[in-house]
Design a protein around this ligand. Structure first.
Ligand code: HEM
Length: 291
């Protein structure tokens, strides 16, 4: 059951990050012709992410019911499921999350003029509400609510950073073959600007999360939670190193030909790979005892 929970959490986080990051990129960052070009290429990824998010949301409810009850038998026991959904804090958050996932499906099924704005809002609800379960939701009262809000902002800023890197990589892939045109360059400049803000928010909320959960720097070598949290911080440090090289060394050179664009593409793929390992780690260790 524990392994299934980790896999389900991993797929759920990845899908929620991709949906929120790509929608925000298309709504706020990309000029309209870049958005039109990339959204066609990314359509299947968006559909797949939505499917995975809905499917794993149901999976996580069943597996959590099993974990709260007596294993696999209770994961499929209707009365246990009903109790978890109606009578626990997790269940109340999950009801709201099912509504936001249905909203996402409705927005995609009935695309209007403001498709990406509406997708961003629905995806933000579906991702941000994940901040209201898990370790952040253990304390009650005002302090507990503050922790939950901080965690929601952590997930939204990490989701924007990670999810938007995928259309950015596609843009750079095109640019490395045909040179970046001026609207692609604008998208890249705007992403660099928004990226600064997202990274700053991830760092600040990640530090607050660590302080609230562990009470300081995670330096207990006998705690698997703290050891994996330290590994996560090192990986995020490497992601930030690549982002700084991209922003301050390579982006200013992209008007000089295709080689800086190729290097940017390589670094961006590196950032996506490191971010994926971070999501794998957190899907596992955030289920352990922090001590
Ligand atoms: C140095 C920067 C960061 C620090 C110090 C940090 C720290 C934390 C902490 C302490 C938690 C709470 C885990 C728990 O509930 O037990 C957390 C949750 C999380 N972080 Fe970060 N984080 C950082 C950056 C990132 C980045 C860059 C990503 C994504 C690429 C990310 C993805 C996540 C996810 C998905 C969760 C949710 C875990 C859950 O709800 O179960 N974090 N982070």
């Amino acid at each position: 059951l524990d392994q299934a929970l980790v896999i389900c959490r991993l797929l759920h986080f990845a899908a929620a990050f991709l949906l929120f990051g790509m929608s925000t990129f298309f709504w706020i960052v990309a000029p309209s012709d870049v958005a039109r070009r990339l959204e066609k290429q990314l359509g299947p990824v968006i559909f797949l992410s939505l499917f995975i998010m809905g499917f794993t949301a149901i999976g996580l409810l069943l597996l959590t019911a099993g974990a709260m009850g007596e294993g696999w038998r209770d994961a499929l026991n209707l009365s246990v499921l009903q109790d978890v959904l109606l009578d626990t804090e997790f269940g109340k958050v999950w009801q709201f999350r099912f509504i936001s996932i249905c909203l996402l499906i409705a927005v995609m099924a009935l695309p209007g003029h403001h498709l990406w704005r509406n997708m961003t809002v629905a995806a933000a609800l579906a991702l941000g509400t994940l901040g209201f379960v898990g370790h952040a939701a253990i304390e009650g009262g005002i302090a507990g609510f503050g922790h939950e809000l901080n965690h929601a902002v952590h997930l939204l800023s990490a989701g924007f950073w990670f999810g938007a890197l995928v259309p950015v990589a596609l843009l750079l892939g095109d640019g490395s073959r045909n040179n970046l045109n001026s609207t692609s360059q604008t998208a890249l400049d705007r992403f660099s600007g928004a990226g600064h803000f997202a990274v700053a928010m991830v760092l600040a909320t990640g530090a607050i999360n660590t302080w609230l959960i562990v009470g300081g720097w995670p330096n207990n070598p006998r705690s698997p939670y703290q050891t994996l949290l330290r590994a996560k911080i090192i990986l995020v440090g490497a992601m930030i190193g690549l982002a700084v090289i991209n922003r301050y060394l390579l982006v200013p050179l992209t008007r000089r030909g295709s080689w800086p664009v190729k290097l940017l593409l390589l670094n961006t793929i590196g950032e996506i790979s490191l971010g994926s390992v971070v999501i794998v780690l957190v899907s596992y260790f955030a289920m352990l005892e922090p001590e």
